[in-house]
Design a binder for this molecule. Structure first.
Ligand code: SF4
Length: 219
């Protein structure tokens, strides 16, 4: 593909997003949660697990420890017992209790509302912080770049080979997309990555943005 100017890339990105809206609307979070604290816990639990598996353990977890105060007073073993069907449950249990204790000790018991502050919580990286800002607060301060968003940004060649980390890929997407669309990209692209632009054998023949994709048929 010939070198594309930023203006041309923005135009192509806008056309892609228009079709994403036509197919997926605003998208929706597939994790069950009640508020910013429970969403943060659910996203931490979702690492290396399906959202469906997380949704099976969170009703019991949030019934017992659904606030930062309750989780902060839990023993790690009690949390482990509830979330043990999930991968890495020991580490996740340790993080949830530490996260809740940090909310209580550093933030007066209320969840922070800022992407940098959120990352001060154990187990919360930039992707999780962006998810919480978008989903729970509807105040996007970035785009959550998970495995789907990373793969799709690179296949679409919105991000080039030098954007070889989620952080660098996010930085490019933030330049290409206007802020009022940051809220929707993660949800829409996760659906798209599951439906069509799969990690293995993407369904390019059925893809509704194939004419806008430089990798069409080449993955
Ligand atoms: S054409 Fe293929 S590689 Fe490109 S976005 Fe669609 S499914 Fe993905």
């Amino acid at each position: 593909m010939a070198r594309e100017s930023l203006a041309a890339k923005k135009e192509r990105a806008a056309a892609i997003e228009e079709r994403m809206f036509a197919h997926y609307g605003e998208g929706a979070c597939s994790l069950d949660y009640e508020d910013p604290f429970t969403l943060t816990c659910a996203v931490v639990l979702s690492a290396q697990c399906t959202d469906a598996a997380v949704n099976k353990v969170t009703p019991v977890l949030f019934d017992r420890f659904g606030t930062a105060q309750a989780m902060a007073s839990a023993r790690v073993e009690e949390v482990e017992e509830i979330i043990h069907p999930l991968g890495f449950y020991r580490n996740k249990a340790k993080n949830l209790v530490a996260l809740a204790r940090t909310v209580c000790s550093e933030f007066g018991g209320a969840m922070p509302r800022d992407v940098d502050e959120l990352q001060k919580l154990p187990g919360v990286g930039r992707k999780t912080a962006n998810c919480v800002m978008c989903e729970a607060y509807r105040d996007p301060q970035g785009i959550a770049v998970d495995t789907h968003v990373y793969r799709i940004a690179h296949r679409l060649k919105l991000a080039g080979p030098s954007a070889n980390t989620p952080e660098k890929t996010e930085a490019i997407l933030l330049k290409v997309y206007p802020r009022d669309q940051w809220l929707y990209i993660n949800h829409q692209w996760v659906h798209f990555g599951r439906d069509l632009c799969r990690a293995r054998s993407p369904l390019c023949g059925e893809c509704f943005i194939s004419d806008l994709c430089p990798s069409c048929g080449a993955c």
